[in-house]
Design a protein around this ligand. Structure first.
Ligand SMILES: Nc1ncnc2c1ncn2[C@@H]1O[C@H](COP(=O)(O)OP(=O)(O)OP(=O)(O)O)[C@@H](O)[C@H]1O
Ligand SMILES: [Mg+2]
Length: 293
């Protein structure tokens, strides 16, 4: 199991779009993927067609009441793709946990105590646009960080703070944490602006800058309103092509290459078993080549 925090405290840069569609691209290749909605806005929950306010069990139950993960995981309409939903109650979690000792490690402990976690090849955390206790939980529980970044002026603003937080988590709570990549999102290759900003991002991040580019694509913007991933909504769009290309690059980054795993797709009728089959090794155990912050 490889755990990935999709994070950038800047709002509207493509975190949720990346979490859903990277997750869906990995699921299409036969990997079993769990998405965790760490954002009180619950955009990811809606994007995979769940109704947050009608769900009795969300991430809030886990963080505040220690509800076990197995009670929170729901299947989506996409084979191999599962979700732990969020709702607006997550907004109160920062305050509720303010004085609780060990509040940053709750999610990591919940994943460790979840026997079926081993059934998932990837767990993706969609972080909120802030660096509070929710993002801290994601960074402490994660193996890798993906930083979506908009190709816009000021996109590097705040990056020093994010890198500082990542370094602090590495030092104090999660030494194994690595930055997988910075992913340029909403790129308009026709404008000098995008090109200039990408050059600037390259200067700052060098090898950590992904080769994939997620172009501006209206189909990506439409898909959430239908509760569909880009591969369901517009499989022939540039958005689908770009996230497919990024998924292939991502698998190489984490040492899994581009070959699809030979495993039957799991449907909504067959949620993950409580215990993983002994013959199924954790597909994402290999160490990757990604650099650190
Ligand atoms: N490549 C793209 N082309 C066009 N629209 C996009 C693209 N990526 C994301 N969008 C749209 O831009 C908006 C912001 O994207 P998204 O919700 O993924 O960002 P976010 O970083 O998760 O935002 P927040 O910080 O609020 O959680 C959404 O309406 C989304 O549909
Ligand atoms: Mg979001």
């Amino acid at each position: 199991m490889l755990r990935i925090a999709v994070i950038n405290q800047k709002g509207g840069v493509g975190k949720t779009t990346t979490t859903v569609n990277l997750g869906a691209a990995l699921a299409r290749r036969g990997h079993r993927v769990l998405l965790l909605d760490m954002d009180p806005q619950a955009n990811l929950t809606v994007h995979v067609d769940k109704r947050p306010d009608l769900e009795s069990h969300t991430l809030t139950n886990l963080l505040v009441e220690d509800a076990p993960l197995r009670d929170l995981v729901q299947a989506t309409a996409v084979p191999n793709l599962f979700v732990v939903p969020s709702d607006t109650s997550l907004a109160g979690v920062e305050q509720v946990l303010a004085n609780r000792i060990g509040r940053e490690t709750i999610l990591r402990e919940a994943l460790e105590a979840f026997p079926a976690a081993k059934d998932f090849d990837f767990v993706l955390f969609d972080c909120p646009p802030s660096l509070g206790v929710l993002s801290a939980n994601a960074l402490v529980a994660a193996d890798r960080v993906v930083i979506p970044m908009q190709a816009e002026y000021l996109s590097l603003q705040g990056m020093a703070k994010l890198l500082e937080v990542i370094q602090l988590v590495q030092k104090r709570l999660n030494p194994a944490l690595q930055i997988a990549c910075v992913l340029p999102c909403m790129v308009d290759a026709r404008t000098n602006l995008s090109t200039e900003v990408l050059r600037e991002i390259d200067t700052h991040f060098g090898p950590l800058l992904a080769k994939a580019r997620i172009r501006n694509n209206v189909k990506l913007a439409e898909a959430p309103s239908f509760g569909l991933t880009i591969f369901q909504h517009a499989p022939d769009s540039n958005g689908a092509r770009d996230y497919e290309a990024f998924a292939a690059e991502f698998l190489t980054m984490v040492g899994l290459g581009v070959a699809p795993v030979a495993r039957p797709a799991q449907t909504v009728d067959t949620p993950p078993a409580a215990t993983p089959p002994a013959a199924t090794p954790p597909a994402a155990g290999a160490e990757g080549t990604a650099g650190t912050a």
